[in-house]
Design a protein around this ligand. Structure first.
Ligand code: PLP
Length: 406
């Protein structure tokens, strides 16, 4: 169905069952762990073919429907098949994919700016099992090329980084990886397929924390991996052995959320761009990070790689604001907001906010923060679906009232 329809049609139609009279319009929740067969031979045949349903950890209708829907959105413009697989969380997706695609002695090149738990997985657990990772400045493609070796299994990056919203030059990274027969694996959580589809730009594997934009309502935890069949088979076999299956109820909610993904993303990204521009004009603000701003690292790359949409403003809905006055100014700003909620996570309908240095990146010293390009006062906004004027007024008022002035 993919090619001929627009993004909203694709997003909505992926959650329907076959259009038969009397059939449910939506994939019902299959709350069962096991499936019956007529004969022993039928059961054996199903296991041989590896299709259909036998046991919920292996495959189940709700997680399969959700993962296939994400694959349809990520692969909408590809001329080859890609398959989606669902996981119990974003980290379950990432850890399973990394275990499936590496081995003892393998080398990985990863962005220094990746999600904290992905960093600790590569730097801790996987290192203990003999996978060696070099962390590099992913915006420096020459540095990536220099780090890639003949034994490099994969290059790992995020489409948009947290909290700086750095944009990865996916075609250049794919070329650097492929020259050494390595894979490009992309965590596209911050972008979602409504903003960027990394497989169209040379990535071999794309994965998500579905907990964020795909689900979109801060009410279900999950993850998804999309890859071509040969890689999907390797990941599937690791998934079955490791067991991080997505529960049916969670899959149902994530799939329902996915229907409005392009609608939500268009609106949230447009609000984020408006918010970024308005807050940047306040005299108490030192810096705003968002690719819609002309002097941001990712401004030109976003125009090239992102589906900026008819609004022309789709480059992510996370905005990082650094008020003047350091760490205290950051916490005072976050604490002074009334509309935005202080909370972990992102990608939901409510605007969430966090002072980066004391929350998501609290394990980093001020020096390490600086090395990562994060100011001690940085405050990350995950822009939701509220009226842009209300969010802007709340932020400007909190900045006016901030007790810390430089
Ligand atoms: C949240 C997040 C993850 C981890 O996802 P969980 O669903 O919390 O396991 C991975 N990568 C990025 C970029 C994230 O934002």
């Amino acid at each position: 169905m993919a090619q001929q329809y627009g993004e909203h049609t694709r997003a909505v139609r992926t959650s329907t069952v076959a259009p038969e009279a009397g059939a449910p319009v939506r994939v019902p929740v299959y709350r069962t762990t096991t499936y019956a067969f007529e004969t022993s031979q039928d059961y054996a045949d199903a296991l041989d073919r590896g299709d259909g349903y036998s046991y919920a950890r292996i495959d189940a209708p709700n997680s399969e429907a959700f993962a296939s829907a994400v694959a349809e959105l990520e692969g909408a413009r590809l001329d080859h098949e890609v398959r989606g697989q669902a996981f119990a969380s974003g980290m379950a997706a990432i850890s399973t994919a990394l275990l499936a695609l590496t081995r003892a002695g393998a080398h990985v090149v990863a962005s220094r700016a990746i999600y904290g738990n992905t960093h600790s997985l590569l730097d801790g657990l996987l290192r203990r099992f003999g996978v060696e990772t070099d962390f590099v400045d992913i915006t420096d493609v020459d540095a990536v090329r220099a780090a890639v070796r003949p034994d490099t299994a994969l290059v790992f990056t995020e489409t948009l980084s947290n909290p700086g919203m750095l944009v990865s030059d996916l075609p250049a990274l794919a070329a650097a990886a492929h020259e050494a027969d390595a894979l490009l694996v992309v965590d596209s959580t911050f972008a979602s397929p409504a903003v960027c589809r990394p497989l169209e730009h040379g990535a071999d594997v794309v994965l998500h924390s579905a907990t964020k934009y795909l689900g979109g309502h801060s009410d279900a935890t999950g993850g998804v991996v999309v890859a071509r069949p040969d890689l999907a088979d390797r990941i599937r076999s690791a998934r079955i052995d490791l067991g991080p299956c997505l529960a049916a109820d969670e899959a149902f909610l994530l799939h329902r959320g996915l229907e409005t993904l392009p609608l939500r993303m268009a609106r949230q990204c447009a609000t984020a761009a408006e918010f970024a521009a308005a807050v940047l004009r306040h005299p108490a603000v030192a810096r705003v990070d968002h690719p819609s701003l002309p002097d941001h690292q990712g401004h030109e790359l976003a125009r090239k790689l992102f589906d900026t949409g008819p609004e022309g403003t789709r480059c992510g809905a996370v905005v990082t604001v650094t008020p003047r006055g350091g760490r205290e100014a950051g916490t005072a700003f976050a604490d002074g907001l009334r509309l935005a909620t202080i909370a972990a996570s992102l990608g939901g309908t409510h605007t969430l906010v966090g002072h980066v240095a004391s929350t998501s990146h609290r394990q980093l010293s001020d020096e390490a923060l600086r090395a990562a390009g994060i100011a001690p006062g940085a405050v990350r906004f995950s822009i939701g679906l509220e009226d842009p004027a209300d969010l802007i007024a709340d932020a400007l008022r909190a900045l006016d009232e901030s007790p810390v002035k430089e």
